[in-house]
Design a protein around this ligand. Structure first.
Ligand code: GLC
Length: 833
């Protein structure tokens, strides 16, 4: 940490310092708050109404879809061009609104009965679901206000006493649920952030509210689409309301009612219909990934790869952090460390490893550096208020920064990826893109985490896709637009490959372009526990491909902490060990032989479950459901799930209860009400709505399969390139009926969008499993066996398609019956006890 701070504190030009300090002062300028007032005029349009208020503000209330309401309020009275970085551009139908007016109210309803009641005096909005229940409503005592001096705008929503909140993107707690906290959105480089620090790297102003009413869980979602600094006071200042505001711009928000069923699933479906879903990742990106700041020179990288294969620990990806570059100049190599990158990469590829490179936004100001020269000539860099090229210090020294909000700059920057793609690089890691810059030695540092000079001056200029504005307005989208530049150029340059992009900073909708990791965490038991809730909240914020640095970025985990962290993360979507320069080795084989064996077993478990994990990612692309899910996502009517912060679901069918406490070998697990669960290792059954104490020796992750589910698995492979040659085994969690399906395709490319995929549906009922297949995927893998879990007694005759199966293997200790299948196309297995 110290080393890092001193590097960051290296001096920056004083002029920059002085200007920045001066620029910060007006932020707290005089306030002139004004109430939005009463409704003066109403203009009807197809999807809703436009209102003029007595304050001069203009409001549009419309339906985005049958169960999503949009409210847009322009304090100035003039709407800007309707443009959003969050909203996915695609054709959308206008949703018809039925409008009825009385002297006191204006009522809008959509075809399915979702209703907005707008009070005229003062202007207040209440949203009601199709059953007539209030979803969320403005607080009569606190109508919308705006500040005519600063442009700030605020609203308050009444909150039900027992409502809990989740999401808001990447939040470091302090608790899983967001209640009684105030959060800010302002992307910040927060090395070694402690629990509760806010804001950190991402800005996603979307949350899910959940409450139990008449025995049922009712959810709704609210998304404030405003790129300025925003805040979300979730009942901290006043428990009776949510207080939400932005430092400037329009008050532009969406309420997702979740339809008639008010299910979290419906809320996420509609939110991701608006902001987009993550595309299917390339299969290799679901493998085990190994990173460090930094592996160099080339010989060291080769050694890492060799050690993984020697120790038989599966892995797919090796990362190169900043030291591969020539003086931290992006799109260059340090040729003394990496004389022949293409050769290295192809040799690694032959061993089943892909290489991901870090690419930062700062371009070293160096007249002899082609990227700088070309960026300058093309006018692609962010400018100061005075129109000069903005300079600030990051790893390479003084840098200029591409204006990623400018489509021309995105294209230009993106074009440099060609060289790396030609060298065989498989993916890119965009860091420092909050943007984060270093403080100089002379800067007074009252708060190192949130020092205002750790980013660009607020009045720096951005092109913003045709809506130019200040850094104050576009700071929060800078990182996402960098990830977009990376994603879109990769799509363009390699049309047949699925890009893999990892970003530290982001804004709502980032999932369309990139995976997200939770930045510079710490090697502590508390951070391990925190990683679970952070990833869960990111997932319900629409971002499925998420992970935390396994073992902790800063500091040194004990072998036990590393092993437990690896287990906790083994079924998380993005699975990568990463650690800082000054830390001890963090590879899964560097903690002594006993732990090498433990860690191997953990990573093998992930590889065995990759067919399932891939299926869950596919589900996300169809429904927006997170991959790693909080229990409440599937069991909203079970209020015990609302606080469950150290367990998670992967998809619908696996329940994971990692050990996050030091020196323990058992833990309590809560089984959500409505389903029964089988211990993955022992086959023992646990009823929903109960707790149990579960044995968790050091080499075992407590894992449970939902009764009725059928989960695709495969034999252990050393990397995903070996997968397609191996046959599948289905694990059927017997003891109840259920239907599941699993998805297969080539794991790369886009042929699956043209029909090259296969879905197998498995219907489990007492004594019987039926399989049906649909789709044209040609290379789908043979089905070798079905493993029935939870079998208490030895079977009589088990039959596959009516013919007796030879020697089904029954193991009473693990309550497993393994049935080897004679032919790949078996349709029915009967006679299972
Ligand atoms: C930042 C990143 C970290 C990386 C380091 C050096 O701190 O968050 O992951 O290793 O920079 O590039």
């Amino acid at each position: 940490m110290n080393e890092r701070l001193t590097r960051r504190e290296r001096s920056a030009p004083r002029l920059f310092l002085l200007t920045a300090v001066l620029l910060l002062v007006p932020a707290s300028a005089s306030a002139a708050w004004r109430e939005a007032g009463d409704v003066r005029t109403v203009t009807r349009q197809a999807d809703g109404v436009v209102l003029l208020l007595t304050s001069g503000a203009r409001v549009a209330v419309t339906f985005r879809d049958l169960e999503t309401v949009r409210v847009r309020l322009a304090p100035s009275g003039r709407f800007e061009r309707d443009f959003s970085y969050a909203v996915e551009s695609k054709d959308r139908k206008t949703v018809a609104a039925n409008v009825a007016e009385t002297p006191d109210e204006i009522r809008l309803s959509s075809l399915n009965g979702t209703t907005v009641v707008i009070k005229r005096r003062p202007f207040l909005v209440a949203v009601k679901d199709a059953e007539g229940r209030t979803v969320v409503e403005d607080d009569l005592a606190h109508p919308v206000v705006f500040d005519t001096e600063t442009g700030a705008v605020e609203m308050s929503k009444r909150r039900a006493e027992w409502e809990t909140y989740y999401g808001l993107g990447e939040k470091a707690g302090p608790t899983f649920y967001l209640n009684s906290q105030r959060f800010v959105m302002w992307n910040t480089d927060t090395y070694g952030y402690p629990r509760g620090l806010d804001p950190i790297y991402q800005s996603i102003g979307f949350f899910v509210a959940l409450r139990r009413e008449q025995g049922r869980g009712l959810a709704y979602g609210l998304f404030l689409d405003n790129t300025s600094r925003t805040f979300f006071d979730m009942g901290k200042t006043d428990p009776s309301r949510l207080h939400i505001g932005a430092a400037g711009g329009e008050l532009n928000y969406y309420v997702f009612t979740g339809g008639r069923e008010r299910a979290p699933r419906a809320v996420l479906r509609d939110y991701t219909d608006l902001t987009g879903r993550a595309p299917l990742p390339p299969l290799w990106a679901l493998g085990n990934q190994q990173s460090r700041w930094s592996y160099f020179p080339e010989a060291r990288v080769r050694e890492i790869a060799r050690r993984f294969r020697e120790t038989r620990i599966p892995a797919d990806v090796i990362y190169l952090d900043i030291d591969y570059m020539d003086g931290f100049r992006v799109f260059t190599w340090d040729r003394s460390r990496f004389p022949d990158p293409a050769r290295l990469i192809s040799d690694l590829r032959a061993e089943g490893f892909r290489v991901v490179l870090i690419i930062d936004p700062g371009i070293k100001v160096d007249p002899n550096y082609h990227v700088y020269k070309e960026g300058q000539a093309g006018g692609h860099f962010v400018k100061t208020a005075a129109g000069a090229e903005l300079h600030a210090t990051v790893w390479p020294g003084v840098c200029a920064f591409p204006d990623f909000t400018d489509p021309k700059a995105r294209d230009w920057f993106g074009s440099y990826y060609r060289q790396h793609l030609d060298e065989g690089v498989a993916g890119f890691w965009n860091d420092m893109n909050e943007p984060g810059v270093f403080l100089s030695e002379e800067t007074p540092k009252p708060d190192l985490y949130h020092h205002p000079m750790k980013t660009f001056p607020l009045d720096a200029r951005h092109a913003a896709d045709g809506q130019p504005g200040t850094h104050a307005r576009y700071h929060n989208v800078y990182g996402m637009q960098m990830a977009r530049a990376t994603f879109e150029s990769n799509r363009r340059l390699r049309p047949g490959a699925r890009p893999f992009v990892l970003t530290r900073a982001g804004y709502a909708g980032v999932q369309r372009y990139s995976a997200v990791w939770t930045g510079d965490n710490v090697a502590s038991w508390d951070h391990l526990r925190l990683s679970v809730t952070m990833l869960l909240n990111l997932g319900v914020s629409g971002v499925p491909m998420v992970g935390a640095d396994v073992g902790g970025f800063s500091g040194n985990p004990s072998p036990e902490l590393y092993a437990r962290w690896l287990q906790a993360a083994a079924l998380s979507p993005f699975f990568r060990s990463h650690s800082e320069q000054v830390s001890k080795p963090h590879e899964p084989y560097s903690f002594g032989d006993e732990f090498t064996a433990v860690n191997r077993r953990t990573i093998e478990m992930r590889y065995r479950l990759l067919p399932y994990l891939y299926t869950v990612f596919h589900e996300h692309t169809k429904t927006g459901a997170p991959v790693m899910r909080p229990l409440w996502f599937e069991y909203p009517s079970d209020e015990r799930t609302y606080m469950a912060d150290d367990q998670y679901l992967v998809g619908r069918d696996l329940l994971v209860a990692p050990v996050v406490v030091e020196a323990t070998t058992k833990r309590r697990v809560y089984f959500p009400r409505g389903d029964a669960w089988l211990d993955w290792w022992t086959g023992r059954r646990y009823e929903g709505g109960t707790d149990a104490e579960i044995e968790a020796p050091l080499d075992r992750l407590p894992l449970f399969a939902r009764v009725g589910a059928v989960i695709p698995t495969q034999p252990v492979v050393q990397h995903t390139g070996e997968m397609l040659k191996t046959p599948l085994t289905l694990v059927a969690a017997r003891g109840g009926a259920g239907t599941s399906s699993f998805y297969e395709d080539a794991g790369e490319g886009y042929e699956h969008l043209r029909g090259a995929s296969r879905t197998t549906t498995a219907a489990l009922e007492p004594g019987r499993l039926r399989l049906t297949r649909a789709g044209a995927y040609a290379v789908s893998r043979p089905l070798a066996a079905v493993e029935f879990l939870g079998v208490e007694t030895a079977p009589g005759e088990v039959r596959a398609d009516g013919r007796p199966v030879a020697n089904p293997a029954f193991d009473a200790a693990s309550r497993r019956l393994v049935v080897q299948l004679p032919a790949a196309a078996v349709g029915e297995i009967t006679g299972v006890p």
